[in-house]
Design a protein. Sequence first.
Length: 237
Amino acid sequence: MTNSSSSSRVIEIEDGNNPEEEIDCEVTPDVQKRGADDNEEDGDVVPTIKLIVSYATSKHEISVPPQATFGDVKKLLANVTGLELNEQRLFFRGKEKQDEEGLHTAGLKDKCKLLLLEDQESKERKLEAVRMNEKMLEACEEVVKVRSEVDSLAEKVQTQPHYLAVLEAAVHSGDKVPDKEFVVLGEFLMRQLLKLDGIKAEGEAKAQRRLEVRRVQSLVDTVDNLKAQNANPISNI
């Protein structure tokens, strides 16, 4: 009598990433094979095999035609893992498989297990992207702090007409305005420009910094013009 029990083989995966996992490939005698009679009854049903893919702490079951390639498997895994095809490394029986290699050629059967690893360069790129994003957020926060301080001054110089009107009226009437009024404003604005210049920024943060520099510089020009007119009141008549 023929023994119909399933057989299993345990393969330890070894590669550059040193995955500490064993891949169990179970070959069962009742793989989804269909004969001529089955096809007549079921129509054009395509036979499939089930694969179990281990990725990180998760396991994914996918069904594919036996004639599919490892590239086809990666396309299905991209939907469930979020990894692009070029970010995936598939291993079977301790060897990395190429996209164009067929499952049948590699000896995959129903319920075989694969190991999926993320490409190391892909990991490093993502980590670098995270670090860059964190730096950009920090730079944005620094720009916002400077902007808040400048906003207070802008409100005083621009949005409160009486403040600017008093200075302008005094200057234009020939009255001498104490230089400290202009010195304090000018020094404050220059400090803000220095703060902005010291912010290392990229992307959106760099664009925000550029806009804020222009705004502060415009305020500096306004104060400088009033200071010059105050120093030469005769020219204002």
